[in-house]
Design a protein around this ligand. Sequence first.
Ligand code: URA
Length: 241
Amino acid sequence: MPRLDALLALNLACSKTKARDVIAAGRVRASDGAALADPRLEVPPASLPFAVAVDDEPLALVAVAHVLQNKPTGCVTALDDARHPTAYALLRDAPLFGELRAVGRLDLDTSGLLIWTTEGTWLQRLTHPKRAVPRTYHAALTRPFQPPPAAGLTLEDGHRPTITALAPIPAGDAHPWLRAPDEAGAFATITVVGGAYHEVRRIFAALDSHVLALCRVAFGRLALPPELPPGGWRAIDPGDV
Ligand code: URA
């Protein structure tokens, strides 16, 4: 069972020693206003999120966090990067920010649904090829794509993508966060399982088209909320995916 000092350290992104100092100074209170003075207090999982106040600021203590982000274009899926802004930096106010890790990655120029989690096992499950979690993208293309060969598509490096859905769509059916340039000549939806470097861009290139803008609109059962602006995030439940 997590202890108050460990939970506080996790949620304040500080050391356990620092968390114990905060508790000892009487700065942590329960929701009824009573001081929480015992750093060894065990918090049952059923009590999470555990509502406390630190210096009178309400704080919901959690042990794990899962976040859906609408990744903007122009930032990399990384914790740290010397050349580009990171999608991670946009999560600074998210719960357990310091522990969040991305579930897979989106290219610098791809926008849309990106999941972050503090739970390594969940991350591995979602990205494991055996789980085959489908990912759906909307693409703005230079021109209509050619149908894939009946025997399946093989990319230039020998990779054979698993495409479970592929169709042209009218411009008006594209997700509102697909930012298509004026020169887009066609739009498409594509669902793939697994994942490989630049996979969707390379698929459309192999089908005699070219991706001008790409937005991930769904990951498993989770859809990119139209009301969530680029850079925005929201907490999710693992059961949502
Ligand atoms: N396929 C791509 O080509 N780019 C992405 O960011 C994701 C899938």
